[in-house]
Design a protein around this ligand. Structure first.
Ligand SMILES: [Zn+2]
Length: 349
């Protein structure tokens, strides 16, 4: 039910001119006036329709903080006939990271959110037939475990959904091999589903859209991972096109971004943010980032090791590099800085 309707994105109300620093700061902390009413409506709706929305402890935000800003994903390859090459698996990993970071870009720099970009690593693949995973699978865990319905599922002993205390002592590879959520690709599926456990979308859809700038069904389902609702039976005042209104937008819009920010604003008091980042930030050198285009597999491992970028060496891939109120790096150590909307630009290949 996600048709491919083309949408004209907001051209936005960016005001250009001199001496706007203070106003830009205020704009950064306060939603634009055309958004704030709708944002309040959404929050009121969530409070009245969720059961105990602020008591739930496994939102995407919780997972990200517990994982100290580095996400590990396990893939569920639900097909008995379609194989996937090692290069395609790397492309899947990169696409998932790129889409995930489109959400992160809206949170980066917002209200003490501690990460400017988040490395996303695929640590495992679940399949009913190992032969479908062509080429080398070194570096990932291959699972033949299944769920209650007999569908390939990564080992629950290593999964965050099954261990929300973030204790993976029963995982054969220990915590280092755990996965925070799953991306479940199902052959023949249209539409998708998303939640704290991860996302489920069509296998063919994902593979055909690996190079798309916006894999919009995946972006929508990731929105659910970050606690955002569907809008099947109502729409907030003035909001017509946004990714969480299925079929109305192929990209995350400012309203989507502000809905995620609103959740963060309400949840952040539960976190110890001074401990939210790992202490190993000295190892990322600009030389290793600059040389990472030689092979795809080395660029993903480089990505995983570059948590924070010094302002002098430029922003990391997928990180924010511009936008209203942005005070971080405006150059990219990898990729080029591409305008996305008035509130953010992002380093992209
Ligand atoms: Zn939905």
């Amino acid at each position: 039910m996600h048709s491919s309707i083309l949408v004209s994105l907001l051209t936005s109300s960016l005001v250009l001119g001199a001496g706007l620093n203070t106003r830009q700061d205020e704009a950064w902390r306060t939603p634009p006036s055309n958004i704030s009413q709708a944002l309040n409506e959404v929050w009121a709706h969530e409070i009245s329709t969720y059961s105990n929305p602020l008591g739930f402890k496994n939102y995407g935000y919780d997972q990200l903080i517990d994982a100290k800003g580095k996400i590990q994903v396990c893939m569920r390859w639900e097909t008995t006939s379609t194989s996937i090459t090692a290069a395609q698996r790397t492309a899947v990993e990169e696409a998932v990271g790129k889409m995930y970071n489109k959400w992160i870009a809206w949170l980066a720099g917002w209200d003490d959110f501690p990460y400017s970009s988040v490395p996303v690593t695929v640590v495992g693949w679940a399949t009913s037939n190992t032969a479908l995973l062509q080429g080398s699978t070194s570096g990932v865990d291959v699972y033949n475990t299944v769920d209650e319905g007999g569908i390939p599922q990564c080992d629950p002993r290593c999964g965050r959904f099954f261990h929300q205390d973030h204790n993976y002592s029963s995982c054969p590879g220990g915590s280092a091999r755990h996965y925070d959520w799953s991306l479940w690709l199902t052959q023949g599926m249209s539409g998708g589903a998303g939640g704290d456990w991860g996302m489920r979308i069509g296998l063919e859809y994902m593979m055909q859209n690996l190079n798309s700038e916006n894999i919009h069904i995946l972006l929508h389902e990731m929105g659910h991972h970050f606690a955002l609702d569907d809008f099947y039976d109502w729409t907030p005042t003035g909001m017509i096109n946004f990714i969480m209104l299925a079929g109305s937008s192929t990209a995350i819009t400012p309203f989507d971004g502000w809905m995620a920010r609103d959740w963060w604003r309400h949840l952040k008091s539960r976190y110890n943010l001074s401990a939210a980042t790992s202490t190993t930030k000295a190892s990322s050198t600009s030389t290793s980032r600059a040389s990472s285009s030689s092979t795809r597999s080395s660029s993903s491992s480089t990505r995983a090791s570059s948590t924070t970028s010094g302002a002098s060496s430029g922003q990391t891939l997928y990180g924010q590099c511009g936008g209203q109120g942005w005070t971080g790096p405006t150059t990219c150590a990898q990729g080029t800085c591409k305008y996305s909307n008035a509130w953010y630009s992002q380093c992209l290949n």
